[in-house]
Write a protein that binds this ligand. Structure first.
Ligand code: HEC
Length: 123
């Protein structure tokens, strides 16, 4: 071990301690809902079941709900997601795009993000 090694160990341990104890992090507001808060479901519609099954495996519905895309843009998005593994039957693609465009089109003003308390590693 070189003479510098003990200092490196002290820095590493101090950094780890500060990270684990959340030292220096702002205190979360007690008004925020706790972790485990259920985020809003996708809206009703003929393709809701399809969207629930094909689009919520990798991310929450909020990723969809916050969009303001035209049907053309949704077509491109659905094609991209299918390329990444979303399972959408070919004969229901249009129906899904219509559902997404109708609910999360350019005029979509319904989305409100859910704020939750940050998670601490030491809780
Ligand atoms: C195999 C995993 C997976 C599935 C299934 C999936 N997505 Fe995604 N999606 C991702 C990832 C990863 C990102 C973030 C990538 C990025 O930064 O662009 C993303 C991002 C998005 C975005 C944000 C904009 C964008 O393009 O990045 C939208 C909108 C979206 N997905 C819609 C959908 C829809 C609609 C479906 C169902 C048809 C779906 N996703 C299914 C993985 C998936």
């Amino acid at each position: 071990m070189t003479a510098k090694a003990p200092l490196a160990v002290v820095v590493a341990v101090t950094t780890l301690f500060a990270t684990l104890t959340g030292l220096g992090m702002p205190k979360p507001s007690p008004d925020l809902p706790p972790l485990g808060t259920v985020i809003a479901p996708l809206p009703e519609g003929s393709a809701k079941g399809l969207a629930d099954g094909a689009c919520l495996n990798c991310h929450s519905g909020d990723v969809l709900r916050q969009q303001r895309l035209t049907e053309k843009q949704w077509t491109a998005n659905v094609t991209k997601m299918i390329g990444w593994g979303a399972e959408v039957p070919e004969d229901r693609r249009e129906e899904l795009v219509r559902y997404l465009g109708k609910n999360f089109g350019p005029g979509n003003a319904a989305f409100r993000p859910v704020a939750v308390r940050p998670v601490r590693a030491n809780r």
